[in-house]
Write a protein that binds this ligand. Structure first.
Ligand code: NDP
Length: 616
């Protein structure tokens, strides 16, 4: 609990020895199969029940036959923001499609006990000012975020535009289509044998089974009383759910492949006086302030002041540090060296935090993370580490190997079978696999070409939005676009951008927009070229979905964001808009200019800071 403890900061670290240790730990975890190691839960797999919707019963209705202006695929924050921004731009003829039974996207699916967003709610929950709403706490609980998504639907009158997808023979013709499928939606299971054989009860955190566990988001999982429960996965989800399992299960076994690096979260309820003092534009200002800091920029005041901004403030090379390394002529390399030293300090502080909480030194040793802060998604939790002091919790550390197999009776790890009544899979979501596969929909362009075929060698776009051969189709995702830990920030910017585009097209009486072949190719090459700035960082990293599980591929790289960061990307897009000639886009089949697209904004020296890895 409490705030970040600077007093446990180390004084001197042997960077070389540390790097050796990081490499040794990484090598234990590298697997030939990379991202393909996981078990599939697709509709045609034997594990499909792990992805079924526990929250809604299928809607029975007549097939629809309609013409509409705009179809939005995805009812999470991406789709909702697009709907909201289109509405504000006076465009009302749209419908939202989703396979889920309600709005909310990730918050519809992820209802596990303890679920919350560890990005501050005041910047994460979108459209707060529009809805005249201030979240209840710095880190609002998942049910509140889900309710907020539904409230956005109500506020903008979106409920009448909501259609549950459908293998029901619907025929809906739309002039424009956007897919906002979310980056982490398709549950995955560990790549081991025997998952089907287990005779006890098991489910994925993204489909929590309260009918078995009892209790609620707040915990009190009475159904687990006296039961032997195993949880596989110690990522951002694992650290949130495991304390509730520990509190309710007869005995809990935590199966760990790689220890998470868990820093302080420090939640607090919203101060009503502060909420009352907020002035117009507060949310955008706060979002912008956070974005600037986490992109390595300077702000006089850190408005969010949380674990994320602390990392970036402490990782950002201080004047002193840069001076220390500023002997050579390669400025980018000097900045990088300074970052590495700051990273060493941060990670050592987080490792010492484990010692300060976990009593048993052997357990504490197993819980220490040996990789750089941004090799994996940072975790924040105030009581996760404490559970390892409980008598009913066993840490099964597999030293990078992972669980070996599932049997009828339980889990085999480190050569030993542990009998269990229940297995909870906190094993995350597919990332890096084909875009259409994760979307769960087949998108076809001109001449019936499938998006998955167009993306055969990786994601292709202009600016992340437009795809050659797919006129009037837009993608809302972080790939080849901007993006920072507060993903909703970018979704909002993208929604505003597409609403602007629609208004522009209307003003020109245009009805068709498509990336030119040349522009798409240039953008793809730019993404690959800029990714080289971060390549060596990710190659050194322990496997995670940030680096294609340690097997960095061009296909994986093409799913990443524009390599100079969100602010530079936004500047580039702003300049593109100001030019007014839609460079790289064919409008009604014609390019308005022959000029090639810009791949950097006119600002000088944008490349220097990008040598520093920021966020996957
Ligand atoms: P992750 O993919 O981050 O974690 C999966 C876990 O399963 C890892 O600990 C992984 O180990 C483990 N695992 C996989 N295979 C095996 C195996 N064979 N044996 C043992 N362990 C195994 O999934 P999460 O659901 O935790 O998080 C996914 C993303 O969702 C996050 O990165 C974040 O973006 C988002 N999220 C955000 C939250 C928020 O508060 N904003 C909260 C929760 C999730 P290993 O580390 O070795 O790969």
């Amino acid at each position: 609990m409490g705030s970040i403890n600077e007093t446990i900061l180390p004084e001197n670290i042997d960077g070389k020895a540390l790097l050796e240790k990081y490499r040794e730990e990484r090598d234990k975890r590298l697997r030939d199969e990379g991202i393909f190691q996981y078990r599939d839960v697709s509709a045609d797999s034997s594990l499909k029940h792990f992805a079924e919707d526990p929250w809604s019963t299928p809607v029975v209705r007549e097939p629809l036959n309609q013409d509409i202006e705009f179809a939005i695929i995805g009812g999470g924050f991406g789709g909702l923001l697009l709907a909201a921004r289109l509405t504000e731009a006076g465009i009302h003829d749209f419908k939202i499609f989703d396979r889920a039974g309600d709005f909310g996207g990730t918050w519809y699916w992820n209802r596990y006990p303890g679920a919350a967003c560890d990005i501050e709610s005041y910047i994460y929950m979108p459209l707060c000012e529009e809805l005249n709403y201030v979240p209840s706490a710095k880190y609002a609980p998942a049910p509140e975020i889900f309710q907020h998504a539904k409230n956005i639907g109500k506020h903008y009158g979106l409920l009448t535009r909501w259609i549950v997808l459908t293998n029901r023979g619907d025929k809906i013709r739309a002039r424009y289509v956007a897919t906002a499928g979310g980056p982490l939606t398709k549950p995955k299971l560990p790549g081991v044998e025997g998952i089907e054989k287990f005779k006890g009860h098991s489910f994925h955190t993204g489909r929590w089974d309260y009918s078995y566990s009892g209790g609620s988001w707040e915990g009190n999982l009475s159904g687990l009383a006296g039961k032997k429960v195993g949880v596989i996965g110690t990522g951002a989800t694992g650290v949130q759910v495991t304390p509730h399992l520990a509190a309710s299960a007869g005995h809990l076994y935590v199966f760990q492949r790689t220890p998470p690096a868990v820093d302080v979260r420090n939640d607090s309820p919203t101060d009503p006086q502060w909420a009352g003092s907020l002035t117009k534009g507060w949310q955008q200002r706060r979002m912008d302030n956070f974005t600037t800091i986490v992109e390595g920029g300077h702000q006089d005041e850190d408005l969010v002041n949380d674990g994320w901004t602390h990392i970036f403030r402490s990782l950002a090379p201080s004047g002193e540090m840069v001076k220390k390394f500023n002997s050579g002529s390669d400025a980018a390399r000097n900045v990088q060296l300074a970052w590495e030293e700051a990273d060493n300090m941060t990670m050592e502080r987080i490792r010492r935090r484990v010692d300060s909480i976990v009593h048993d030194p052997e357990k504490a040793k197993s819980l220490k993370a040996w990789y750089r802060r941004f090799c994996k998604r940072p975790c924040f939790h105030d009581v996760y580490l404490d559970i390892f002091n409980r008598n009913n919790v066993t840490l099964v550390d597999t030293d990078g190997r992972g669980v070996e197999r599932i049997t009828e009776n339980g889990i085999v790890a480190n050569g030993e079978e542990i009998e269990l009544d229940c297995i909870v899979y906190a094993t995350g979501f597919e990332y890096g696999t084909d875009y259409s596969r994760r979307l769960g929909a087949t998108v076809r362009g001109r001449n019936g070409v499938k998006l998955s075929d167009h993306f055969q060698n990786g994601f292709r776009s202009l600016h992340g939005y437009y795809v050659r051969g797919f006129p009037n189709y837009f993608i809302i995702s972080l790939s080849q676009s901007g993006g920072n830990p507060n993903q909703v920030f970018m979704l909002n910017e993208q929604a505003k951008h597409l609403a602007w585009l629609m208004t522009e097209l209307k003003a020109r009486n245009a009805t068709k927009v498509e990336a030119s072949e040349q522009a798409e190719q240039t953008w793809v090459e730019t993404i690959i070229e800029l990714a080289k700035l971060r390549e060596s960082f990710f190659r050194e990293c322990t496997p995670s979905f940030f680096n294609d599980e340690g097997k960095l591929t061009t296909k994986g790289i093409l799913q990443t964001r524009y390599g100079l960061g969100t602010l530079v990307y936004m500047k580039l897009i702003e300049e593109w808009k100001q030019e007014g000639d839609f460079r790289g886009l064919e409008i009604d089949g014609k390019l308005l200019t022959d000029k090639p697209i810009q791949t950097r904004p006119t600002e000088k020296n944008v490349e220097q800071g990008a040598a520093v890895p920021k966020f996957g």
